[in-house]
Write a protein that binds this ligand. Structure first.
Ligand SMILES: [Zn+2]
Length: 225
C-alpha cells in the first residue's frame, strides 16, 4: 500500500470536528464548523474549498459538508489517537477525568504510529475511553452503541452509565467526584417536572440530587453490555 502524505494538524482538527458534528446529528455547515472551532466563517469556507480539492471533503453548494472515505479514515485515526491517549493518561499516568481531554488534544497530533500501538498494547486494546466513548479500531472501524440520556429513564427504572459528554471539565470533575462513571448503575428515584432535578441512587448505595442539565450529559443503556 502506498504511504499517504500526512495532513496538517489544522486539517485533522477540521475532520474531527466535522465527524463529531455529524455524530451529534447537527447539520454540518460552514457556520456550525466556525462556531464549534472558534474560527471565522471566511477561514472555514477557504479550508473547506481546499479540502474538497484534496478529495477529503464533499460539498455541493447549499448542502451539508460531508467527509469523503479518505476524510473519514483520517478523522477516525485522529479520534483513535485521541481516545487512546485519554485512556493512557487516566489509566497509566493517573490523570483526573477532567484533565485528559485537553492534554490529548495537544498530543494527538504529534505522537507516532509506534506510540499509538504501544499504548493500545499496554492498555490491553481498550474498546472505550474513560468517558465511555468507543475507540476506533486500527483499521478504522467504530461501533457506536445506541444510548439514551439519563433524563429519558423513568422513575423506578435502573440503567447503566455508558458515556459522559465531556465538553465541560468542571462538570466532568463533578461527575467523577459523585461516582458517575461508565459502567455504574443508576436508579431514578424521583424526577421533578418541567426539567427539574432528579433524585438518583448510585450503585444501589448513595443517593444524590442532580440537575436535569447534568443528567442530559449522562448517556445510559438498560443493559450493561
Ligand atoms: Zn477528549
Amino acid at each position: 500500500m502506498p504511504k499517504k502524505k500526512a495532513v496538517s494538524q489544522a486539517v485533522e482538527d477540521y475532520l474531527k470536528t466535522i465527524y463529531h458534528l455529524k455524530q451529534e446529528e447537527a447539520s454540518v455547515t460552514t457556520k456550525a464548523i466556525s462556531e464549534e472551532m472558534g474560527i471565522s466563517a471566511a477561514s472555514v469556507t477557504n479550508m473547506v474549498k481546499k479540502l474538497v480539492q484534496m478529495g477529503i471533503l464533499h460539498h455541493t453548494p447549499y448542502q451539508e459538508i460531508t467527509l469523503s472515505r479518505r476524510g473519514e479514515k483520517i478523522a477516525l485515526a485522529v479520534i483513535r489517537r485521541h481516545r487512546l491517549l485519554e485512556t493512557f493518561l487516566k489509566e497509566i499516568l493517573g490523570y483526573r477525568l477532567d484533565q485528559i481531554h485537553e492534554e490529548a488534544e495537544r498530543l494527538e497530533h504529534v505522537i507516532s504510529e509506534k506510540f499509538v500501538k504501544s499504548m493500545d498494547e499496554v492498555l490491553d486494546r481498550p474498546a472505550t475511553d474513560p468517558h465511555g466513548s468507543p475507540i476506533p479500531s486500527q483499521d478504522g472501524k467504530i461501533v457506536v452503541p445506541y444510548l439514551i440520556p439519563l433524563t429519558s429513564v423513568d422513575v423506578g427504572q435502573s440503567a447503566f452509565i455508558r458515556r459522559l459528554s465531556h465538553r465541560d471539565p468542571e462538570r466532568l470533575q463533578y461527575m467523577e467526584n459523585l461516582g458517575l462513571l461508565p459502567n455504574v448503575e443508576i436508579k431514578i428515584l424521583e424526577k421533578k417536572p418541567f426539567k427539574g432535578p432528579l433524585l438518583i441512587q448510585i450503585q444501589t448505595k448513595r443517593k444524590e440530587i442532580i440537575g436535569h442539565n447534568l443528567a442530559e450529559q449522562i448517556w445510559v443503556r438498560f443493559k450493561n453490555k
